[in-house]
Design a protein around this ligand. Structure first.
Ligand code: SF4
Ligand code: SF4
Length: 95
């Protein structure tokens, strides 16, 4: 089964550089920056794709500065129902 797709946004100016999110990410997509924010802390950054939207990083962040996004699969909806067919028919559905 394909992995869920997610993304994160980190409010870097509020990050205190504790690195807990780095250890918590099972996909290893978070690392610490080489630069400091305005408070003087190294901050967490997303370094590559592969986020599944599992929310682990956001749950462990003591300063709640990580927002997680997860791709939601579209629900299947019925677009047509064919009834009372007595012979051959052709159905064309516009894409
Ligand atoms: S949501 Fe999960 S996979 Fe995505 S960055 Fe956070 S811990 Fe890693
Ligand atoms: S857990 Fe939160 S405060 Fe700590 S480094 Fe990650 S984003 Fe920054």
């Amino acid at each position: 089964m394909a992995k869920a797709r997610g993304d994160i946004k980190i409010d870097i100016e509020k990050c205190k550089g504790c690195e807990i999110c780095v250890d918590a990410c099972p996909e290893d997509v978070i690392a610490m920056s080489n630069e400091v924010n305005q408070k003087g802390y190294l901050y967490a950054v997303k370094i590559e794709d592969g986020c599944t939207g599992c929310t682990s990083c956001a749950l462990v962040c003591p300063d709640a500065v990580i927002t997680v996004f997860r791709e939601v699969k579209q629900k299947k909806e019925q677009i047509a129902k064919i009834t009372n067919v007595t012979g051959n028919i052709t159905v064309t559905v516009d894409k």
